[in-house]
Design a protein around this ligand. Structure first.
Ligand code: FES
Length: 152
């Protein structure tokens, strides 16, 4: 079991100084063998897998927009929307079975693995998600994931 103090545990990794990461806005880092993107947006830090769950595109230059009251990064490759907070995949559609079909937002569930960001004394740490099982973005972040993808 990881010991934890101030939200930082022995599974946390120092990313750098808060001021530097704020200035950068987006930072890509490799933690262990995992590629992450660290985002500072409107006063909040977010960390998620860097390669999009759909087909592995880099999220580094994705626009950030609000959809269905959720801040999302839009993958530059095919425009998939991923919520920054939870890694939820969102899409807009209308249900043809409804009487007057109106387009609305739907969730595909958690598709992109997100990680915890913690600030301690002006330094920023990331703690990798321990959510068990495979999340779709896992297949693109590590060699092991890419091997699994080839088997599928
Ligand atoms: Fe991201 Fe297709 S790779 S939307």
């Amino acid at each position: 079991m990881a010991t934890e103090e101030n939200g930082v545990s022995d599974r946390s990794f120092l990313l750098g100084k808060k001021t530097d990461l704020i200035e950068a806005k987006r930072t890509n880092v490799t933690v262990g063998e995992r590629d992450l993107i660290i985002i500072h947006h409107q006063g909040t830090f977010y960390a998620m897998d860097q390669h999009c769950y759909h087909a592995g595109g880099s999220l580094l230059n994705g626009d950030i927009e609000e959809f269905d009251s959720k801040l999302c990064i839009v993958c530059p490759k095919h425009k998939y929307k991923i919520s920054l907070e939870e890694g939820e995949g969102l899409y807009k559609a209308s249900n043809p079975r409804e009487k007057n079909p109106q387009p609305r937002w739907y969730s595909k569930g958690i598709k992109q693995r997100v990680h915890k960001v913690t600030e301690v004394d002006g330094n920023i740490f990331v703690t990798l998600s321990e959510v068990p099982g495979w999340i779709e973005s896992d297949y693109y972040q590590t060699e092991k994931g890419r091997e699994e993808l080839k088997k599928a």
